[in-house]
Write a protein that binds this ligand. Sequence first.
Ligand code: ZN
Length: 190
Amino acid sequence: MTIYEKAKSLVTAREAAEHYGLNVNSRGMAVCPFHDDHNPSMKLDERFHCFGCAEDGDVIDFTAKYFNLTLREAAQKLIDDFGGGEFTPDEPSPPKPPDPAKRCHDVLLDLEIRLHRQKRETAPQSMGDPITAEYAQNCQMYDFIVCLADLLSNGTEQEKTEAISYFTNGVLDCYEEALQKEVIEYGDIF
Ligand SMILES: [Zn+2]
């Protein structure tokens, strides 16, 4: 629960206004403290609304405007005045760590696309052309990546865990570093 939720749970705009000295009649109307009002033109209930100057809001808005406070100060004042001042807001939940499995999938897909292209670019152009070492290496790396991606998607839980830890223990860092270069040497990564 936030400080704002807590303040609003303690008191309505009408109750707070009466407590702070506004004279609210039986129809829930009061002379508006926010404009030069002579006949009650502010309606107070859970919230407040002035039919004269259009001021409108909840109990925190009312208190902030009435005492010239920030919303946070107003909420704290309401807690002090109506809740005995005892309130500790919930700790905001810590940000979620990035999902390592998703990161692995993303990196593998990126590498798969790059290698597929490199394979095509280094492939022999016609039947008689020799297979270069570069092409052979690209094929090997491509197969390795596809295999790893398959393991990550369809392997047993243990295989998945091992694949992820293989990645997080160095491969991802090398990958980030390799991306800084124009040409990626796959020997740099694996
Ligand atoms: Zn007004």
